[in-house]
Write a protein that binds this ligand. Sequence first.
Ligand code: HEC
Ligand code: HEC
Ligand code: HEC
Length: 265
Amino acid sequence: MIKILTLILISLSFNTQSADTPMPEAHFVGYTACISCHENEVTQWQTSHHNKAMQHADETNVLGDFNQSVFKNYGLMTTFYKKYTDKGTQFWVQTDGPDGKLQDYPIKYTFGVYPLQQYLIEFPGGRLQALDIAWDSRSKEQGGQRWYHLHPNEKITSNDVLHWTGPNMNWNYMCAFCHSTNLDKNYNSETDTYKTSWSEINVSCEACHGPASQHLLWAEKSQKDNNQFKTVPLKAMGLLNQLDERKEIQWSIEQNKHTILILKN
Ligand code: HEC
Ligand code: HEC
Ligand code: HEC
């Protein structure tokens, strides 16, 4: 009964807010919009792995050894190396391409950070492929700081579906939606191409809390109304997702949109 009552109260307070100015549909605003009021959460998030779920590969975030490092696996010699350009250091790999022959590829993005880091390489049709030779980023003492193959016990040739250039290691289809915020796969079946997009490259605030534009409106309005913050129920704060395990709430991720559906509250 109490729950029903709360729900009615929540929807009432929402309605009062939207009576004079109708609430626009929520859209994604990005983490920079949160700094002014949630500095602590932003600082914590910035040092978290969520912030590093996917990054443009550069000297600050590539952990692997790209100093002419050679990794041998079932007769295949893969070489990781660097090129120095005006725009900074580029990271390259020479390994077997879709036709099984050795080819040179620039590393576009890092993927993940610990205990392993993977690397994404650009292919035609808007595709990114995840290399299946990963960097073990654990310390030397823990057996890390080395390249290793994700399928160490089988030889995977280029015509195998498990090959890194194949569908199983295709980022757009297999990985993207969990590692970035507000991801849209944008697959065109007629041309068999992707125009995959995100609002933020990594797992940012709104990947979990939902698009926050209405929350910003609410917060600005409340500040003007002498900070009537804390008594307001969450939904009325313009936040779409209530994430509080202590209240026995469960949530799941909606496949295509990567917003979170609340199952029970
Ligand atoms: C103008 C200030 C302001 C901005 C900007 C702001 N918030 Fe808030 N937010 C608040 C206030 C006030 C609360 C109420 C709780 C409190 O007192 O901390 C709150 C609460 C929250 C909560 C907690 C709800 C709960 O469980 O109690 C989340 C999550 C949140 N904000 C996310 C965000 C995100 C994500 C952004 C950036 C997109 C953001 N906020 C931007 C003021 C702001
Ligand atoms: C269903 C969501 C989901 C999908 C799909 C997904 N990941 Fe992840 N990935 C995660 C989460 C969550 C973590 C953090 C795991 C942890 O810290 O324990 C993670 C972490 C990682 C890491 C860091 C190492 C680690 O184990 O923490 C790498 C590398 C990675 N993922 C690669 C990939 C690749 C490559 C794909 C696609 C082939 C992929 N992921 C697909 C959710 C996903
Ligand atoms: C991986 C998911 C995830 C990401 C990313 C994330 N949060 Fe949260 N956040 C949560 C969860 C879950 C809670 C609820 C914790 C609880 O109450 O147990 C929470 C709680 C909060 C709260 C309420 C205060 C508190 O500490 O309980 C605020 C404010 C907040 N987050 C803001 C942010 C901001 C700002 C960002 C981005 C810089 C962010 N969050 C990124 C999942 C996330």
